[in-house]
Write a protein that binds this ligand. Sequence first.
Ligand code: PXL
Length: 285
Amino acid sequence: MVVDVNLLPLPSNGQTPVRVLTIAGTDSGGGAGIQADTRTMAMCGVHACVAVAAVTVQNSVGVSGFHEIPPQVVADQVRCVVGDIGIGAVKTGMLASTAIIEAVADVCREVGIGKNGTIPLVVDPVAASMHGDPLLHTEALDALRHTLIPLATVVTPNLDEVRLLTGVDVEDDDAARHAARELHKLGAQWAIVKGGHLRSSQVSTDLLYDGTDFLEFTAPRIATGNDHGGGDTLAAAIACAIANGYPVPAAVEFAKDWTYHCLSAAYDLGAGHGPVSPLWRLHES
Ligand code: PXL
């Protein structure tokens, strides 16, 4: 089954594209983190700016370690880019530590990033890799909950991150709604509860909640072990669509379709899990 995707407009040659800033960790294997973000942004016709928060040492089999960038250097990258280049939306991914999360939250407030500012903020609260390797110090969950998520225009946890952040174990629709309410209470303007890891269903349904209405976004489930970077891709695509002027529900609809296509094009890489692939767009026309 093919899901139609309404692609974001590509800039013409020489035209300055929309800009999106990712604040996240690198993946030496090239499948997730900043590499997934910049691949997605390029294929969505967006210029990617980057503030590196951590460097991971990883391949398709797992993450063997990570190294944090000094918090002030992370904040300086953000400040420097926003002041010069002009940014349509910001996405955060792996932030590793309380000190980095607090520095990012501070600079976001300073330069007008977030739901109360002028630049929308998509917070992907990355806690672990798909292999189960940690990407966030456990004590930093509190900083995510109380410092960064309250600034978020959209927060996009997977089910493991939902459990860590809210204590809610999502096993059915009622629990997904309960979790969305709890995430919204943390202060995010919109909360997504991604159903992609609920393996029981034939479809993958994501729930979006703004404190009033629940909206559902569904795509056929793709059975593949090659889904490294899927969450980053969804959040990055949401940021790209928002930067193109889409309201949040339309941005999530676009990103869900985009990610479905990236999952359909996922490829084997190394001995472990391969990445989802935005390269499918190269073959579209
Ligand atoms: O997919 C989440 C993620 C985000 N950022 C980095 C990662 C991963 C998963 O491995 O390595 C750097």
